[in-house]
Design a binder for this molecule. Structure first.
Ligand SMILES: Cc1cc2nc3c(=O)[nH]c(=O)nc-3n(C[C@H](O)[C@H](O)[C@H](O)COP(=O)(O)OP(=O)(O)OC[C@H]3O[C@@H](n4cnc5c(N)ncnc54)[C@H](O)[C@@H]3O)c2cc1C
Length: 383
């Protein structure tokens, strides 16, 4: 078969929208099908490391996203009991060091930038287009209509319908729970905004970073919990549950808990996927983002990986004569890295939520930067 003319992307999240813009930029006709009534993202923040920002540069929106977000000049990891700084990180040098900024941003602000890029690239963007099944290179929508392309790209997240063609096993609960909220930066928490980062302790941790001109912060409280029994994966929060988990944590943690409990907060079960050995079916179906490799968030790299997937898929297909060749090149460029990050994200939870956090800062510590993830460049990596 000749180079694909039409590509159908299922799912308009961070991965799907990036891929849509990148593929249209390579000259493909792209249709993106999103189940939601409107394009958007959840009310929470996301960290975009320099490797992710290089992907946004490929679709022409790196600086737009950087100015919609915040570039922190420093971050730290604090001890849960006394709040002392275990590790301090200078982030003021990220552009010079990696050729792209390190950005913290509201997800909706990032998503707006991505929708703009896909729109400008000429993508046929369709909402209210939930896919219920797919066969060959055709997908069937919830209203019974069908859409056919030369290539189907599953970008439909951790509960992916397209992934069901690869395996029937559902996502698994990882044992981690997150309580997420956004808080306004008030004088009481100005010092936490001035020095964002993590507080780590046995079996739990808390993260905070600035968004929206540092007028607001994203807080995420993580803890390990037994089996998730709720219907669905997100529920409103009982503030007493959060207060009791962190009751004996340091003053900064108490300030965060107090500020969070005044805001709407949601509890999330962290579900993930085990690594798939193969991301290609029949040479005309593939996966990107969480649909391919949903991971725990302990390296802050799920969205980054989805962005990288979208760019590398576009470059691989753009450089190939056939779909089969392009998909092979995409998979061989991406599979090893995504699987490595998936595994290291789990390992990082064990490192950062270990029983003896005294060792942090004293021993060689592994994180997303020291693992070398920031140096990756999806714009130039061989495909
Ligand atoms: C607490 C937490 C913190 C995180 N922090 C970070 C971070 O700081 N940095 C980072 O890089 N990553 C982070 N991640 C991971 C990141 O959020 C995800 O990896 C990323 O959002 C996945 O993007 P996606 O586009 O692959 O999937 P999704 O965001 O799930 O998007 C899938 C899209 O497909 C649509 N869809 C679903 N099913 C269908 C269907 N059948 N038909 C049509 N459309 C459909 C959905 O409506 C959605 O719009 C975090 C995750 C969590 C849980």
């Amino acid at each position: 078969m000749a180079r694909p003319e039409t590509i159908v992307i299922v799912g308009g999240g961070i991965a799907g929208m990036t891929a849509a813009a990148a593929l249209a930029g390579q000259g493909f006709q792209v249709t993106l099908l999103e189940s939601a009534r409107e394009f958007g993202e959840i009310g929470a923040g996301v960290t975009l490391s320099p490797n992710a920002m290089k992907g946004l540069d490929f679709i022409g929106v790196c600086e737009k996203a950087a100015s919609a977000g915040v570039e922190p000049s420093r971050q730290r990891i604090q001890h849960w009991q006394d709040g002392r700084t275990l590790v301090a990180k200078d982030r003021s040098d990220q552009r010079d060091k990696y050729g792209a900024p390190y950005v913290t941003i509201h997800r909706a602000d990032l998503h707006d930038v991505l929708v703009g890029a896909a729109h400008d690239a000429g993508v046929d963007l369709r909402t209210k287009s939930g896919v219920v099944s797919s066969e060959g290179s055709t997908v069937t929508l919830v209203d019974g209509s069908t859409v056919t392309g030369d290539l189907i790209v599953g970008a439909d997240g951790v509960k992916s319908v397209i992934r069901e063609r690869f395996e029937t096993t559902p996502p698994h609960f990882t044992g981690h729970v997150a309580w997420r909220c956004l808080v306004p930066v008030t004088p009481e928490i100005q010092d936490l905004s001035d020095f964002p980062g993590l507080i780590i302790g046995p079996g739990a941790m808390i993260t905070r970073y600035n968004i929206r001109d540092s007028q607001a912060m994203n807080f995420v409280f993580f803890a390990r919990q037994d089996g998730w029994n709720e219907e669905g994966w997100t529920t409103p929060v009982d503030p007493d549950e959060v207060r009791s988990i962190y009751a004996d944590w340091c003053d900064d943690a108490q300030k965060m808990v107090a500020a969070a409990c005044e805001q709407p907060m949601y509890k999330w079960a962290i579900n993930a996927r085990t690594a798939l050995p193969n991301w290609i079916i029949d040479n005309n179906v593939t996966l990107i983002g969480d649909a391919a490799h949903a991971m725990t968030p302990f390296l802050g790299h799920g969205a980054a990986c989805g962005i990288e997937d979208g760019v590398v898929l576009a470059r691989a297909l753009g450089a190939s004569k056939t779909i089969a060749e392009g998909l092979r090149r995409y998979q061989s460029a991406r599979h090893e890295r995504a699987t490595f990050i998936q595994a290291e994200s789990n390992a990082n939870a064990d490192r950062m939520q270990g029983q003896n956090t005294d060792f942090f800062g004293l021993e060689g510590m592994k994180d997303e930067e020291s693992l070398g993830l920031f140096t990756y460049d999806c714009r130039t990596v061989p495909v």
